[in-house]
Design a protein around this ligand. Structure first.
Ligand code: FAD
Length: 395
Protein backbone atom coordinates (compact mmCIF):
# COMPACT_ATOMS: atom_id res chain seq x y z
CA UNK A 1 0.00 0.00 0.00
CA UNK A 2 1.48 3.33 -1.09
CA UNK A 3 -0.07 6.17 0.91
CA UNK A 4 1.94 8.99 -0.63
CA UNK A 5 0.72 11.52 -3.19
CA UNK A 6 2.33 11.87 -6.62
CA UNK A 7 4.57 14.92 -7.36
CA UNK A 8 1.73 16.34 -9.53
CA UNK A 9 -0.75 15.95 -6.66
CA UNK A 10 1.69 17.58 -4.24
CA UNK A 11 2.11 20.48 -6.70
CA UNK A 12 -1.68 20.80 -6.94
CA UNK A 13 -1.88 20.86 -3.12
CA UNK A 14 0.67 23.70 -2.99
CA UNK A 15 -1.35 25.69 -5.55
CA UNK A 16 -4.57 25.23 -3.55
CA UNK A 17 -2.83 26.19 -0.29
CA UNK A 18 -1.37 29.33 -1.85
CA UNK A 19 -4.76 30.30 -3.28
CA UNK A 20 -6.51 29.86 0.08
CA UNK A 21 -3.82 31.85 1.87
CA UNK A 22 -4.27 34.73 -0.57
CA UNK A 23 -8.07 34.67 -0.61
CA UNK A 24 -9.39 33.61 2.80
CA UNK A 25 -9.65 36.66 5.08
CA UNK A 26 -8.06 36.05 8.52
CA UNK A 27 -11.33 36.90 10.32
CA UNK A 28 -13.08 34.04 8.49
CA UNK A 29 -10.83 31.37 9.98
CA UNK A 30 -12.60 29.34 12.65
CA UNK A 31 -15.90 31.19 12.22
CA UNK A 32 -18.53 29.08 13.97
CA UNK A 33 -20.89 27.28 11.62
CA UNK A 34 -24.41 28.23 12.62
CA UNK A 35 -24.51 32.01 12.47
CA UNK A 36 -25.61 32.11 8.82
CA UNK A 37 -29.14 33.32 9.67
CA UNK A 38 -27.71 36.84 10.00
CA UNK A 39 -28.14 38.39 6.49
CA UNK A 40 -24.69 40.03 6.56
CA UNK A 41 -23.04 36.75 7.50
CA UNK A 42 -25.07 34.94 4.83
CA UNK A 43 -23.75 37.40 2.22
CA UNK A 44 -20.14 36.79 3.35
CA UNK A 45 -20.60 33.02 3.14
CA UNK A 46 -22.24 33.22 -0.30
CA UNK A 47 -19.42 35.43 -1.57
CA UNK A 48 -16.84 32.98 -0.22
CA UNK A 49 -18.46 30.08 -2.09
CA UNK A 50 -18.65 32.18 -5.27
CA UNK A 51 -14.95 33.01 -4.99
CA UNK A 52 -14.10 29.34 -4.53
CA UNK A 53 -16.29 28.43 -7.50
CA UNK A 54 -14.62 31.02 -9.73
CA UNK A 55 -11.26 29.49 -8.77
CA UNK A 56 -12.55 26.06 -9.85
CA UNK A 57 -12.79 24.56 -6.35
CA UNK A 58 -16.57 23.99 -6.03
CA UNK A 59 -18.35 21.02 -7.61
CA UNK A 60 -14.95 19.81 -8.76
CA UNK A 61 -16.13 16.25 -9.32
CA UNK A 62 -19.17 17.29 -11.36
CA UNK A 63 -18.93 16.74 -15.11
CA UNK A 64 -17.81 19.82 -17.06
CA UNK A 65 -21.13 19.99 -18.95
CA UNK A 66 -22.85 20.73 -15.61
CA UNK A 67 -20.41 23.43 -14.51
CA UNK A 68 -17.95 21.18 -12.66
CA UNK A 69 -14.28 20.49 -13.39
CA UNK A 70 -14.51 16.73 -14.00
CA UNK A 71 -11.68 16.53 -11.44
CA UNK A 72 -10.56 13.21 -10.02
CA UNK A 73 -11.37 12.16 -6.49
CA UNK A 74 -7.84 12.77 -5.18
CA UNK A 75 -7.94 16.42 -6.29
CA UNK A 76 -11.33 16.86 -4.61
CA UNK A 77 -9.95 15.31 -1.44
CA UNK A 78 -6.92 17.60 -1.50
CA UNK A 79 -9.12 20.71 -1.80
CA UNK A 80 -11.39 19.56 1.07
CA UNK A 81 -8.36 18.83 3.23
CA UNK A 82 -6.73 22.17 2.54
CA UNK A 83 -9.93 24.06 3.35
CA UNK A 84 -10.20 22.25 6.68
CA UNK A 85 -6.52 22.75 7.48
CA UNK A 86 -6.91 26.50 6.75
CA UNK A 87 -9.94 26.50 9.11
CA UNK A 88 -12.08 27.99 6.33
CA UNK A 89 -15.84 28.27 6.92
CA UNK A 90 -17.94 25.37 5.63
CA UNK A 91 -19.66 25.98 2.30
CA UNK A 92 -23.06 27.57 2.79
CA UNK A 93 -24.39 25.73 -0.26
CA UNK A 94 -23.19 22.31 0.93
CA UNK A 95 -26.61 20.63 0.72
CA UNK A 96 -26.93 21.79 -2.86
CA UNK A 97 -23.42 20.77 -3.86
CA UNK A 98 -23.24 17.41 -2.13
CA UNK A 99 -26.87 16.32 -2.01
CA UNK A 100 -29.44 17.71 -4.42
CA UNK A 101 -26.91 18.63 -7.15
CA UNK A 102 -25.53 15.10 -7.61
CA UNK A 103 -29.09 13.76 -7.32
CA UNK A 104 -30.26 16.01 -10.17
CA UNK A 105 -27.25 14.96 -12.26
CA UNK A 106 -28.27 11.34 -11.70
CA UNK A 107 -32.09 11.51 -11.75
CA UNK A 108 -33.14 15.02 -12.87
CA UNK A 109 -34.55 16.20 -16.20
CA UNK A 110 -32.46 18.36 -18.56
CA UNK A 111 -34.66 21.33 -17.64
CA UNK A 112 -34.14 20.75 -13.88
CA UNK A 113 -30.38 20.53 -14.36
CA UNK A 114 -30.28 23.64 -16.53
CA UNK A 115 -32.42 25.62 -14.09
CA UNK A 116 -30.78 24.61 -10.82
CA UNK A 117 -27.20 23.35 -11.15
CA UNK A 118 -25.47 26.65 -12.02
CA UNK A 119 -27.10 28.50 -9.09
CA UNK A 120 -26.21 25.68 -6.69
CA UNK A 121 -22.53 25.99 -7.61
CA UNK A 122 -22.39 29.78 -7.27
CA UNK A 123 -24.50 29.88 -4.04
CA UNK A 124 -26.99 32.17 -5.75
CA UNK A 125 -29.64 29.77 -4.45
CA UNK A 126 -29.41 27.89 -1.17
CA UNK A 127 -31.15 24.56 -0.60
CA UNK A 128 -32.59 22.81 2.42
CA UNK A 129 -33.58 19.18 2.93
CA UNK A 130 -37.23 18.40 3.75
CA UNK A 131 -37.10 14.77 4.83
CA UNK A 132 -37.75 14.47 8.60
CA UNK A 133 -41.21 14.95 10.09
CA UNK A 134 -42.54 14.71 13.64
CA UNK A 135 -42.64 10.92 14.13
CA UNK A 136 -40.70 10.19 10.92
CA UNK A 137 -36.97 10.54 11.52
CA UNK A 138 -35.19 7.19 11.61
CA UNK A 139 -38.30 5.61 10.13
CA UNK A 140 -38.27 8.11 7.29
CA UNK A 141 -40.49 6.05 5.00
CA UNK A 142 -43.43 6.57 7.38
CA UNK A 143 -43.60 10.28 6.41
CA UNK A 144 -47.08 11.77 6.03
CA UNK A 145 -46.76 15.14 4.25
CA UNK A 146 -49.32 14.76 1.44
CA UNK A 147 -48.95 15.86 -2.17
CA UNK A 148 -52.10 15.45 -4.25
CA UNK A 149 -51.80 15.80 -7.99
CA UNK A 150 -54.41 18.31 -9.19
CA UNK A 151 -54.05 18.94 -12.93
CA UNK A 152 -50.43 19.92 -13.54
CA UNK A 153 -49.69 20.78 -9.93
CA UNK A 154 -49.07 19.03 -6.63
CA UNK A 155 -51.01 20.47 -3.70
CA UNK A 156 -48.91 19.93 -0.57
CA UNK A 157 -50.11 19.82 3.03
CA UNK A 158 -48.18 18.73 6.11
CA UNK A 159 -45.13 19.50 8.23
CA UNK A 160 -41.38 18.96 8.18
CA UNK A 161 -39.07 19.36 11.17
CA UNK A 162 -35.34 19.81 11.94
CA UNK A 163 -34.96 21.47 8.53
CA UNK A 164 -31.49 23.02 8.62
CA UNK A 165 -31.14 26.42 6.90
CA UNK A 166 -34.86 26.63 5.95
CA UNK A 167 -35.00 30.17 7.38
CA UNK A 168 -32.89 31.48 4.48
CA UNK A 169 -33.07 28.69 1.88
CA UNK A 170 -34.47 29.49 -1.57
CA UNK A 171 -35.41 25.89 -2.41
CA UNK A 172 -36.18 22.63 -0.63
CA UNK A 173 -35.72 19.09 -1.93
CA UNK A 174 -38.57 17.33 -0.25
CA UNK A 175 -40.11 13.90 0.23
CA UNK A 176 -43.90 13.79 0.05
CA UNK A 177 -46.51 11.05 0.08
CA UNK A 178 -48.19 10.81 -3.30
CA UNK A 179 -49.88 7.42 -2.86
CA UNK A 180 -51.20 6.78 0.66
CA UNK A 181 -52.61 3.37 -0.35
CA UNK A 182 -49.29 1.88 -1.55
CA UNK A 183 -46.76 0.13 0.76
CA UNK A 184 -44.90 2.92 2.56
CA UNK A 185 -41.67 2.91 0.47
CA UNK A 186 -43.62 2.90 -2.79
CA UNK A 187 -45.92 5.88 -2.29
CA UNK A 188 -43.28 8.58 -1.84
CA UNK A 189 -42.14 11.17 -4.40
CA UNK A 190 -39.17 13.58 -4.48
CA UNK A 191 -40.11 17.16 -5.35
CA UNK A 192 -38.34 20.52 -5.56
CA UNK A 193 -40.18 23.30 -3.74
CA UNK A 194 -39.65 27.03 -4.12
CA UNK A 195 -39.48 28.24 -0.50
CA UNK A 196 -41.24 31.49 -1.48
CA UNK A 197 -44.39 29.64 -2.57
CA UNK A 198 -47.58 30.88 -0.85
CA UNK A 199 -48.66 28.59 2.04
CA UNK A 200 -45.16 27.84 3.42
CA UNK A 201 -44.29 29.02 6.92
CA UNK A 202 -40.96 28.51 8.66
CA UNK A 203 -40.55 28.53 12.45
CA UNK A 204 -36.96 28.47 13.79
CA UNK A 205 -36.08 26.03 16.60
CA UNK A 206 -33.46 27.15 19.12
CA UNK A 207 -30.87 24.46 19.83
CA UNK A 208 -28.83 24.02 22.99
CA UNK A 209 -25.97 25.95 21.35
CA UNK A 210 -28.29 28.98 21.48
CA UNK A 211 -28.45 29.16 17.66
CA UNK A 212 -31.45 28.47 15.48
CA UNK A 213 -29.81 26.19 12.92
CA UNK A 214 -32.93 24.26 12.08
CA UNK A 215 -36.65 24.85 11.75
CA UNK A 216 -40.17 23.56 11.53
CA UNK A 217 -41.67 24.04 8.07
CA UNK A 218 -45.45 24.01 7.56
CA UNK A 219 -47.21 23.50 4.20
CA UNK A 220 -50.76 24.67 3.71
CA UNK A 221 -52.13 24.03 0.20
CA UNK A 222 -48.73 24.79 -1.34
CA UNK A 223 -48.85 24.49 -5.13
CA UNK A 224 -45.81 22.95 -6.85
CA UNK A 225 -45.64 22.44 -10.64
CA UNK A 226 -45.55 18.79 -11.67
CA UNK A 227 -42.31 19.38 -13.61
CA UNK A 228 -40.59 19.83 -10.20
CA UNK A 229 -40.92 16.08 -9.62
CA UNK A 230 -37.49 14.34 -9.67
CA UNK A 231 -37.54 10.77 -11.01
CA UNK A 232 -40.81 8.91 -11.41
CA UNK A 233 -43.99 9.52 -9.45
CA UNK A 234 -44.02 7.29 -6.30
CA UNK A 235 -40.35 6.30 -6.88
CA UNK A 236 -38.98 9.00 -4.55
CA UNK A 237 -37.49 6.44 -2.17
CA UNK A 238 -34.94 5.42 -4.82
CA UNK A 239 -34.04 9.05 -5.48
CA UNK A 240 -33.89 9.82 -1.72
CA UNK A 241 -31.47 7.02 -1.10
CA UNK A 242 -29.11 8.41 -3.71
CA UNK A 243 -29.18 11.69 -1.76
CA UNK A 244 -28.64 9.97 1.59
CA UNK A 245 -25.50 8.21 0.36
CA UNK A 246 -24.09 11.63 -0.58
CA UNK A 247 -25.09 13.02 2.84
CA UNK A 248 -23.24 10.28 4.70
CA UNK A 249 -20.12 11.03 2.69
CA UNK A 250 -20.53 14.70 3.46
CA UNK A 251 -20.69 14.14 7.21
CA UNK A 252 -17.70 11.86 7.35
CA UNK A 253 -15.14 14.63 7.16
CA UNK A 254 -12.20 12.85 8.67
CA UNK A 255 -9.77 15.71 8.19
CA UNK A 256 -11.88 17.89 10.45
CA UNK A 257 -11.70 15.24 13.16
CA UNK A 258 -7.92 15.13 12.88
CA UNK A 259 -7.82 18.93 13.19
CA UNK A 260 -10.04 18.82 16.26
CA UNK A 261 -7.77 16.25 17.86
CA UNK A 262 -4.69 18.41 17.17
CA UNK A 263 -6.47 21.39 18.81
CA UNK A 264 -7.24 19.19 21.82
CA UNK A 265 -3.55 18.28 22.14
CA UNK A 266 -2.60 21.97 22.08
CA UNK A 267 -5.25 22.68 24.70
CA UNK A 268 -3.98 19.86 26.95
CA UNK A 269 -0.45 21.27 26.71
CA UNK A 270 -1.57 24.79 27.62
CA UNK A 271 -4.12 24.08 30.41
CA UNK A 272 -2.93 23.27 33.91
CA UNK A 273 -4.22 20.29 35.87
CA UNK A 274 -2.93 19.61 39.40
CA UNK A 275 -0.12 22.16 38.95
CA UNK A 276 1.24 20.80 35.63
CA UNK A 277 0.11 20.74 31.98
CA UNK A 278 -2.98 18.53 31.61
CA UNK A 279 -1.09 16.60 28.91
CA UNK A 280 1.35 15.37 31.62
CA UNK A 281 -1.41 13.95 33.82
CA UNK A 282 -1.29 10.10 33.55
CA UNK A 283 -5.09 9.66 33.41
CA UNK A 284 -5.44 12.37 30.77
CA UNK A 285 -2.55 10.87 28.79
CA UNK A 286 -4.42 7.56 28.63
CA UNK A 287 -7.53 9.33 27.33
CA UNK A 288 -5.54 11.26 24.73
CA UNK A 289 -3.78 8.08 23.60
CA UNK A 290 -7.11 6.28 23.28
CA UNK A 291 -8.53 9.12 21.15
CA UNK A 292 -5.39 9.24 19.02
CA UNK A 293 -5.64 5.51 18.26
CA UNK A 294 -9.25 6.02 17.16
CA UNK A 295 -8.30 9.01 15.00
CA UNK A 296 -5.53 7.00 13.30
CA UNK A 297 -7.86 4.03 12.68
CA UNK A 298 -10.41 6.41 11.18
CA UNK A 299 -7.75 7.97 8.97
CA UNK A 300 -6.70 4.59 7.51
CA UNK A 301 -10.31 3.63 7.00
CA UNK A 302 -10.82 6.83 5.03
CA UNK A 303 -7.76 5.97 2.88
CA UNK A 304 -9.46 2.65 2.11
CA UNK A 305 -12.56 4.57 1.07
CA UNK A 306 -10.45 6.87 -1.07
CA UNK A 307 -8.91 3.82 -2.78
CA UNK A 308 -12.40 2.43 -3.45
CA UNK A 309 -13.42 5.77 -4.96
CA UNK A 310 -10.26 5.94 -7.16
CA UNK A 311 -10.89 2.39 -8.38
CA UNK A 312 -14.59 3.22 -8.88
CA UNK A 313 -15.65 0.45 -6.49
CA UNK A 314 -18.97 0.88 -4.67
CA UNK A 315 -18.40 2.38 -1.20
CA UNK A 316 -20.74 -0.25 0.29
CA UNK A 317 -21.16 0.40 3.99
CA UNK A 318 -17.96 2.50 4.07
CA UNK A 319 -19.90 5.77 4.17
CA UNK A 320 -21.91 4.54 7.18
CA UNK A 321 -18.76 3.44 9.01
CA UNK A 322 -17.22 6.83 8.32
CA UNK A 323 -20.29 8.73 9.53
CA UNK A 324 -20.56 6.63 12.69
CA UNK A 325 -16.88 6.79 13.60
CA UNK A 326 -16.10 10.41 12.78
CA UNK A 327 -19.20 12.00 14.34
CA UNK A 328 -18.84 10.04 17.59
CA UNK A 329 -15.14 10.79 17.71
CA UNK A 330 -15.76 14.54 17.23
CA UNK A 331 -18.10 14.51 20.19
CA UNK A 332 -15.72 12.49 22.39
CA UNK A 333 -12.85 14.85 21.51
CA UNK A 334 -14.97 17.86 22.51
CA UNK A 335 -16.01 16.10 25.76
CA UNK A 336 -12.34 15.48 26.62
CA UNK A 337 -11.56 19.15 25.89
CA UNK A 338 -14.20 20.18 28.44
CA UNK A 339 -12.60 17.86 30.96
CA UNK A 340 -9.19 19.42 30.28
CA UNK A 341 -10.66 22.91 30.78
CA UNK A 342 -12.29 22.01 34.10
CA UNK A 343 -14.83 24.60 35.24
CA UNK A 344 -13.92 26.92 32.32
CA UNK A 345 -15.54 24.30 30.09
CA UNK A 346 -18.97 25.23 31.39
CA UNK A 347 -18.80 28.92 30.42
CA UNK A 348 -21.04 30.32 27.70
CA UNK A 349 -19.57 32.02 24.62
CA UNK A 350 -20.70 35.38 26.01
CA UNK A 351 -18.75 35.08 29.30
CA UNK A 352 -15.71 37.36 29.59
CA UNK A 353 -13.75 34.51 31.24
CA UNK A 354 -14.34 32.12 28.37
CA UNK A 355 -11.32 30.26 26.90
CA UNK A 356 -10.67 29.84 23.15
CA UNK A 357 -13.70 32.06 22.29
CA UNK A 358 -15.98 29.35 23.73
CA UNK A 359 -15.22 27.02 20.85
CA UNK A 360 -15.10 23.82 22.91
CA UNK A 361 -18.44 24.06 24.78
CA UNK A 362 -19.97 25.04 21.41
CA UNK A 363 -18.35 22.04 19.68
CA UNK A 364 -19.51 19.71 22.47
CA UNK A 365 -23.14 20.69 21.86
CA UNK A 366 -22.92 21.10 18.09
CA UNK A 367 -21.22 17.74 17.44
CA UNK A 368 -23.91 15.88 19.36
CA UNK A 369 -26.35 17.06 16.66
CA UNK A 370 -24.11 15.56 13.97
CA UNK A 371 -24.25 12.17 15.72
CA UNK A 372 -28.05 12.32 15.23
CA UNK A 373 -28.48 14.18 11.90
CA UNK A 374 -28.21 12.23 8.64
CA UNK A 375 -29.16 8.99 10.43
CA UNK A 376 -28.32 8.34 14.09
CA UNK A 377 -25.45 6.14 15.26
CA UNK A 378 -27.90 3.35 16.06
CA UNK A 379 -29.26 3.47 12.51
CA UNK A 380 -25.71 3.41 11.07
CA UNK A 381 -24.97 0.37 13.25
CA UNK A 382 -28.12 -1.33 11.93
CA UNK A 383 -26.98 -0.65 8.35
CA UNK A 384 -23.45 -1.91 9.03
CA UNK A 385 -24.63 -5.09 10.76
CA UNK A 386 -27.45 -5.94 8.35
CA UNK A 387 -26.00 -4.86 4.98
CA UNK A 388 -22.30 -5.18 5.76
CA UNK A 389 -22.04 -8.14 8.11
CA UNK A 390 -25.18 -9.98 6.94
CA UNK A 391 -26.64 -10.18 10.42
CA UNK A 392 -30.40 -10.81 10.83
CA UNK A 393 -32.77 -7.82 10.82
CA UNK A 394 -34.13 -6.71 14.19
CA UNK A 395 -37.88 -6.75 14.79
C1 FAD B 1 -28.18 18.97 13.66
C2 FAD B 1 -29.28 18.28 12.91
C3 FAD B 1 -29.61 18.70 11.63
C4 FAD B 1 -30.66 18.09 10.94
N1 FAD B 1 -30.97 18.56 9.69
C5 FAD B 1 -31.99 17.99 9.02
C6 FAD B 1 -32.39 18.52 7.77
O1 FAD B 1 -31.82 19.50 7.27
N2 FAD B 1 -33.42 17.95 7.13
C7 FAD B 1 -34.08 16.86 7.64
O2 FAD B 1 -34.99 16.35 6.98
N3 FAD B 1 -33.75 16.34 8.84
C8 FAD B 1 -32.73 16.89 9.55
N4 FAD B 1 -32.38 16.41 10.79
C9 FAD B 1 -33.18 15.34 11.36
C10 FAD B 1 -32.46 14.00 11.45
O3 FAD B 1 -32.36 13.40 10.20
C11 FAD B 1 -33.25 13.14 12.45
O4 FAD B 1 -33.15 13.78 13.73
C12 FAD B 1 -32.70 11.74 12.56
O5 FAD B 1 -32.94 11.03 11.38
C13 FAD B 1 -33.35 10.97 13.75
O6 FAD B 1 -34.73 11.07 13.71
P1 FAD B 1 -35.56 11.53 15.01
O7 FAD B 1 -34.95 12.80 15.51
O8 FAD B 1 -37.00 11.56 14.63
O9 FAD B 1 -35.30 10.41 16.09
P2 FAD B 1 -36.03 9.01 16.23
O10 FAD B 1 -36.07 8.34 14.88
O11 FAD B 1 -37.34 9.21 16.94
O12 FAD B 1 -35.04 8.21 17.14
C14 FAD B 1 -35.02 8.33 18.58
C15 FAD B 1 -33.98 7.36 19.13
O13 FAD B 1 -34.37 6.00 18.81
C16 FAD B 1 -33.32 5.35 18.11
N5 FAD B 1 -33.88 4.46 17.07
C17 FAD B 1 -34.91 4.75 16.23
N6 FAD B 1 -35.14 3.71 15.39
C18 FAD B 1 -34.25 2.75 15.71
C19 FAD B 1 -33.98 1.44 15.21
N7 FAD B 1 -34.67 0.91 14.19
N8 FAD B 1 -32.97 0.71 15.79
C20 FAD B 1 -32.24 1.23 16.82
N9 FAD B 1 -32.46 2.47 17.35
C21 FAD B 1 -33.44 3.22 16.80
C22 FAD B 1 -32.53 6.46 17.44
O14 FAD B 1 -31.19 6.06 17.17
C23 FAD B 1 -32.60 7.55 18.52
O15 FAD B 1 -31.63 7.35 19.50
C24 FAD B 1 -31.36 17.01 11.51
C25 FAD B 1 -31.04 16.59 12.81
C26 FAD B 1 -30.03 17.21 13.50
C27 FAD B 1 -29.72 16.74 14.88
Amino acid sequence: MDLSFTPEQEAFRRRVRTWIKANLPARERDAQPLDAADPKRLRVLKDWQRKLYDAGYVGMGWPKEFGGQGADVVQQTIVSEELVVARAPGLIGMMGILMVGPTLIQHGTDEQRRRHLPKILTAEEIWCQGYSEPGSGSDLASLKTRADLVGDEFVINGQKVWTSNAQFADWMFCLVRTDPTAPKHRGISYVLIDMRSPGISVRPLIQMTGDAGFNEVFFENVRVPRHNLVGELNQGWLVANATLAHERNMLGMTTRTQQMFNSLLRLAQSCQRGGRPAADDPVMRQKLADLMIRVEAMKYHSFRQLTDAIKKRSPGIGASVNKLVSTELNHDIAATALEVMGSYGTLARTSRHVLNRGTWPFEFMFTLGLVIGGGTSQIQKNIISERGLGMPRMG
